[in-house]
Design a protein around this ligand. Structure first.
Ligand SMILES: Nc1ncnc2c1ncn2[C@@H]1O[C@H](COP(=O)(O)OP(=O)(O)OP(=O)(O)O)[C@@H](O)[C@H]1O
Ligand SMILES: [Mg+2]
Length: 379
């Protein structure tokens, strides 16, 4: 008779061994940016042994403007995970390379962050649009941080100077100095809104009627950039409200509608809503969250080639001569802040593209829960 063995008691490798044998560089970083643990793949990547890396600030081993540093800082401040795709990694002892970086606060202690750096294949790096030329400005958030910082400093100088001038000039010129002051204040307020984008800190979670959002998008599109397109609104009147920020949702769906209109200015744009049970995502706080509400924007354009789809939500990816390549990265950011996800597929009708956004429902942490239906659902 064959010898029976109890495999449940066999522990081939412990967690430490597992980390040590992983090909992906893994770091544990303190909230002050000091390296607390590095696996051999991490040592190899940084071109430096653990002995020199441990208890030292990670910034010593990266270039000063590295997006990884800004990302770690953000994770400490927000206490939430972050991902940056296709960033350029350089450092004193490291050959430059393109990586995807992920940073998450530890479950037990939020004062420590797990950082993994996933190398991109050479093909991906070369194929990536303008990849490699971007460093700190590679991500929209890094870009926004740099921009707000660089504008805010001279702005306060301009405001101060205008204030001094205001006291020195005669009444006729005072109108002009006041104009300078008011306009610098206005730019300051715009920067404050930009900060919210950077931090993603406070997404108001008032119940939002998705159909009201889409109707606003429809009105703006039809009277603006999508005059020649025809629209269909295929709303499911039973969908629940979603928790969120109405203005930012309008901004996101407006970006999707604008892309749809640009893909085929005289084509058909379908605005579709519905419920899809079963889709769940892992979130930082709740273990899993259901995303029962979906909103799709479908166009009849030429579609998006498969190899482009993987870079689509990265900033500065554009095929348009006047495009900034920021629309979809903003959409991804806003939807992530709303606890949702966005995916791109082929259109379900004819040729074209479909962007589908999945969102949680108000008062539900599970798929099936229903919030009251919006009373003012538009058809
Ligand atoms: N519906 C679509 N159909 C075809 N291609 C699309 C569609 N939506 C996005 N794309 C492709 O994805 C790229 C990135 O879109 P994104 O909205 O991020 O930037 P953009 O439209 O080029 O510039 P902007 O910053 O003005 O939005 C586009 O340049 C285009 O090539
Ligand atoms: Mg766009």
């Amino acid at each position: 008779m064959a010898e029976s063995r109890d495999t449940s008691t066999q522990t081939a490798v412990g967690p430490q061994d597992l980390l040590e044998s992983m090909a992906v560089p893994v770091f544990l970083v303190s909230d002050t940016g000091h390296i607390l643990y590095v696996n051999p793949a991490g040592e190899h990547l940084f071109g430096t042994g653990a002995r020199s890396l441990l208890r030292r600030p990670i910034r010593n081993f990266l270039s000063g403007d590295s997006p990884v540093l800004a990302m770690l800082d953000r994770v400490v401040r927000r206490g939430r995970s972050a991902v940056e795709y296709g960033i350029r990694l350089t450092g004193p002892a490291m050959a430059p390379r393109i990586v995807d970086a992920r940073a998450s606060p530890c479950h037990d202690t939020h004062h420590q962050i797990v950082l993994t750096l996933h190398a991109r294949s050479v093909a991906q790096s070369i194929g990536g649009h303008r990849l490699g030329q971007m460093s700190a400005a590679r991500s929209a958030t890094g870009f926004a941080e740099t921009l707000t910082h660089e504008i805010r400093n001279p702005l306060s100088g301009i405001r101060g100077a205008a204030q001094l001038l205001e006291e020195a000039v005669g009444p006729s010129d005072r109108e002009l100095t006041r104009l300078i002051r008011d306009e610098t204040d206005r730019i300051g307020k715009l920067l404050a809104r930009f900060d919210t984008f950077v931090d993603g800190a406070t997404v108001p979670t008032a119940p939002v009627n998705v159909h009201v959002v889409l109707d606003r998008v429809f009105m703006l599109a039809k009277n603006g950039f999508a005059k020649s397109a025809s629209f269909t609104r295929e709303y499911d009147p039973s969908i629940p409200m979603v928790p969120g920020d109405r203005d930012r949702l309008v901004q996101s769906f407006l970006n999707l509608a604008k892309n749809a209109a640009e893909a085929n200015p005289e084509g058909t744009i379908r605005l579709i809503t519905g419920i899809r049970h079963g889709l769940r995502v892992q979130t930082g706080t709740a273990a899993h969250r259901g995303l029962p509400v979906f909103v799709a924007i479908e166009d009849s354009g030429p579609g998006i080639p498969e190899d482009m789809r993987q870079h689509l939500f990265e900033p500065f990816v554009t095929t348009k001569s006047g495009g900034r390549g920021l629309g979809l990265s903003l959409v991804a950011r806003v939807i992530e802040d709303h606890g949702g996800v966005v995916e791109v597929t082929d259109a379900t009708v004819g040729s074209g593209t479909r962007f589908t956004v999945y969102l949680p429902a108000v008062n539900s942490s599970t798929d099936g829960a229903q919030a009251p239906s919006p009373a003012d659902t538009a058809r």
